[in-house]
Design a protein around this ligand. Structure first.
Ligand SMILES: [Zn+2]
Length: 221
């Protein structure tokens, strides 16, 4: 039985250049959750991951070539956690995020990933109202698909988790969907890149079917 695998990556950072090259090499489909308002004329950095690695946001002019062949999803215009804003601020950030990405990339943007992971009933309604078909939450569940409500859609794990392969193998045994997520700034050194490449090779050797996240939901209908 072939296992369907989906993956997504957040925040539109410079390490996505190397990541997308690696994913192309292994024929792995993926969604990238972007904050369009963070991409300006020049690359810019605002913080250090784990206090040591400078995280750089891609320049706006790089986005189309870096993500060519991948799916674009909305992560809020400015990464505003919707459940920690007023409803109006949240609605604005969600809508503007989606509209600006659709305009820039010239394709439908159907997925949303909650910035900071916070969500509630009211923000789920906003995500749905803005035209998204799912809203990803950054917490793990064993049975990812179909979610009880597509506006609270949970992955299986993070790409770096120690139990990544164990979780994959349990999906392999019972069937279903394996869904991992990440941020490419979490690649700290060459060993991290090599480890992830081994994981991609392992999944491919297991005969997985790489699926685009919106297609997963479309196939339900
Ligand atoms: Zn984020």
């Amino acid at each position: 039985m072939s296992i369907r695998v989906v993956q997504c990556w957040d925040d539109g950072v410079v390490d996505d250049i190397r990541l997308t090259e690696l994913l192309r090499k292994h024929g792995a489909k993926a969604s990238f959750n972007l904050n369009f308002g963070h991409h300006t004329a020049m690359r810019r950095t605002g913080w250090k991951y784990e206090g040591v690695k400078e995280v750089w946001c891609l320049a706006r002019s790089e986005l189309i070539s870096v993500y060519e062949g991948f799916t674009i999803a909305n992560h809020g215009y400015r990464h505003v956690p919707p459940a920690r804003s007023t409803l109006e601020e949240a609605r604005e950030d969600i809508r503007k995020g989606r509209d600006s990405l659709e305009q820039h990339f010239g394709c439908p943007v159907l997925g949303y990933a909650y910035p900071g992971g916070s969500f509630d009933e009211a923000t789920m309604a906003l995500v749905r109202e803005a035209g998204h078909i799912y809203g990803r939450v950054g917490r793990w569940v064993d049975q990812v698909f179909p979610p009880k409500d597509p506006m609270s859609f949970f992955p299986s794990c993070d790409f770096k988790d120690d139990d990544f392969l164990t979780k994959f193998e349990s999906v392999q045994q019972r069937g279903g969907v394996f869904y991992f997520m990440g941020h490419s700034y979490q690649f700290m050194n060459e060993a991290d890149w090599e480890e992830f490449e081994r994981r991609l090779e392992y999944l491919n050797a297991a005969g997985v079917e790489w699926v685009e996240l919106p297609d997963l939901f479309a196939s339900r209908a």
